[in-house]
Design a protein around this ligand. Structure first.
Ligand code: NCD
Ligand code: ZN
Length: 348
């Protein structure tokens, strides 16, 4: 076990973040901008962010509520549909506004009904992205009703992702929120143009957290947490320093009444305590020296962006560091991820 009690690293970025809109956006933006310099902003609003004009307007709304003094760069994405206009993508990318395009298989997760059903119809956009070097961020789950929810990622890799990459080898693909050993192995086996983001919570919980001792909606997210063997594979990849893996928190706030009900929404809110949780995990894995690569170096390298100049310092305290159990927003109350162990690392 490492005995370090202080760690200074380049300011981290979050390569997968849901900020929502309106009162919720106002309530959560500060938790993201406090520690993170940049974040890839998910486009699954209602209605989704589908054009460059939508993304420009959304970016304005984000910047308008950014706490004074925080320097935070929202990296905007477009929600890929079967009607996405390749020229609009290209213009958005050329202007510097659009960092990536997000593929949600239709029905895969929260607000994804407008996602892609027939990949043939999305090919013109995907071909253009391959040509101009605009990365595709993938929610890697099939939605076929016959496929068990715990197998949806592995089946997606085999039936959708691998054929797509064979057809468009120049397309840069981020497999987001990898949750399985299959996903980790697939990324490791690829020669080029594939990387994966890993969330904080998938490094900490397995599926027992959702189901043992009662059903616990605040541990339910998509892709759903898997067996322990998968969590261990994610931890090994994240703490290995391998440049193909980086942090995407997938912090996804929903108000409590929409989580704590008969058909609760998927999503876990981790922006506020992610850095404390990650330092704990990396210390447990005796890999504090790899934390910076995971949170601050590998992501920018993959997206072709500079590393942040600023640094943050984490300090390990003898007493536990506390976070609010819930945050209040104008949209309602949001429960904060509880890692179920005391946290001692804190960004100072
Ligand atoms: C996300 C959300 O709530 O928007 N939910 C989640 O469980 N991760 C959508 C997503 O990224 O799948
Ligand atoms: Zn997400």
């Amino acid at each position: 076990m490492s005995t370090a009690t202080e760690l200074t690293i380049r300011r981290p970025d979050d390569w997968h973040l849901h900020l929502r809109d309106g009162g919720m956006l106002k309530g959560v933006i500060g938790d993201a901008s406090r520690h993170f310099a940049r974040a890839i902003i998910m486009p699954n609003l209602v209605p989704p962010v589908v054009t460059t004009a939508d993304a420009a307007a959304y970016r304005e709304r984000i910047m308008a509520v950014l706490p004074k003094g925080d320097r935070f760069e929202p990296l905007m994405t477009l929600y890929l549909t079967e009607g996405t206009d390749p020229d609009d993508l290209e213009a958005g990318h050329a202007s510097g506004l659009i960092t990536a395009v997000k593929l949600y298989p239709a029905g895969a997760t929260t607000n994804s009904h407008g996602g892609v059903r027939n990949f043939e119809n999305a090919m013109p956009a995907l071909e253009r992205m391959a040509k101009i070097g605009l990365p595709l961020c993938v929610h890697g789950e099939v939605t076929t009703p016959e496929v068990d929810i715990f197998d949806r990622e592995a089946v997606f890799i085999e039936t959708v992702l691998d054929p797509l990459r064979a057809r468009l080898p120049e397309l840069k693909v981020t497999m987001e929120h990898v949750t399985t050993k299959d996903g980790i192995d697939y990324i490791k086996s690829s020669k080029a143009n594939l990387a994966g983001s890993i969330t904080t919570h998938h490094l900490i919980i397995n599926r027992n957290a959702i189901l043992v001792g009662g059903i616990r909606p605040h541990y339910y997210c998509l892709p759903v947490a898997k067996r322990e063997v998968h969590r261990l594979a994610l931890r090994a990849a994240a703490t290995s320093g391998d440049a193909r893996f980086f942090l995407g928190t997938d912090s996804a706030p929903h108000v409590d009444p929409l989580k704590e009900c008969a058909c609760g929404c998927a999503g876990i809110y981790t922006s506020i305590n992610t850095m404390s949780c990650l330092a704990h995990v990396f210390e447990q894995e005796n890999a504090l020296d790899k934390l910076e690569a995971f949170t601050s170096l590998n992501g920018p390298a993959w997206y072709g962006l500079p590393v942040n100049d600023e640094t943050i310092t984490l300090r390990k305290r003898a007493e536990a560091v506390t976070y609010p159990e819930k945050i209040e927003t104008e949209a309602g109350t949001v429960t904060v991820f509880d890692p179920m162990f005391p946290l001692h690392w804190q960004v100072v």
